[in-house]
Design a protein around this ligand. Sequence first.
Ligand code: KG4
Ligand code: ZN
Length: 361
Amino acid sequence: MPTRIASGRRWEKIVIVLGIETSCDETAAAVVDDDRRIRANIVLSQVAAHRPYGGVVPEIAARAHVEQIDGLIRQAMTAAQLEFSDLDGVAATAGPGLIGGVMVGLVTGKAIAAALGKPLLAINHLEGHALTARLTDNLAFPYLLLLISGGHCQLVLIEGLGRYRRLGTTIDDAVGEAFDKTAKLLGLHYPGGPAVQAAAQGGDPGAVKLPRPMAGRPGCDFSFSGLKTAVRRLLANEPGLRAEDVAAGFQQAVGDVMVDRAGNAITMAQAYYPGLAHLVIAGGVAANLHLRQRLAVLCQERGLQLTAPPTGLCTDNGAMIAWAGVERLRAGLHDPLDAPARARWPLDPDAKPAPFAGKKA
Ligand code: KG4
Ligand code: ZN
């Protein structure tokens, strides 16, 4: 049984949790302990299966999760060199996400928890992203989180475990969607974010004129549908434009918007916590080097430290779900075996719906 020295005298058992993630197009399983050690972290991307369709197809995703999840969990346990009986809890994403996929992972987690007689942790996927910086950088509460992915674009004040105050969100598309749609318009392959970033490297952002939606407005909500439409119009009106220049111009526009919105969020967060010292970025779009650079400059100007987990832990993974499980277990929390799978599940239930928002969690 894994143990550690908790103090000079006493031996104490390490808390070890299995994490399962199936809410979108990654099937993932990981084993993490409360010493912040990632003992296994296996992510199987379904990108190739969805690429012909230019986006995630929910039915294909759910079927692929069903086919892969058992073997992946077995692989994770083998890589961690542990028996199932060594686990102290089983964490699975219970939402928000594509409901078919969420159900696959949650039911699997429930079955393992029930068979072992160990606690189930039904994790909010966004909480997994929100707490990752505590796993990777041992960050103390509170901190400001910029969550930027294919499904989300939010600024959230992380005040403590289970205490999340949403300061701003997108009123239409997520920023990752904007990257993916822009890539499609430019004839680049799916997923679009890395392709746009690569194309932008050889481009001149000054060669195209694009809007900066919401920049200069009070608050820190986002809007990206107008930017995507502007790219479409630009390409229709000026067919001779170089894809590299459009990609660079688009990335620059997103960077300007991010810096403006995050700047306002820092002011709002510091009104609650004057000593606030960290901005954390998470989600797949946090892998973007241009955005990282721009946000690093913003943080430097505002006296904050930018914390960016390694890209493999910014995109969807099982380690963040296992870690959220560790945190909840340590706080004495766990969930009943009939915990529901939820397509929508806001991190901050008190947050007012974003104006005009129709589809986001
Ligand atoms: O967090 P994630 O893996 O999945 C969810 O959406 O939950 O994020 C995927 C998104 C996609 O839209 C993808 O295009 C975007 O992250 N992305 C990037 C980059 N790498 C991934 N966007 C911009 N630049 C990148 N380097
Ligand atoms: Zn995610």
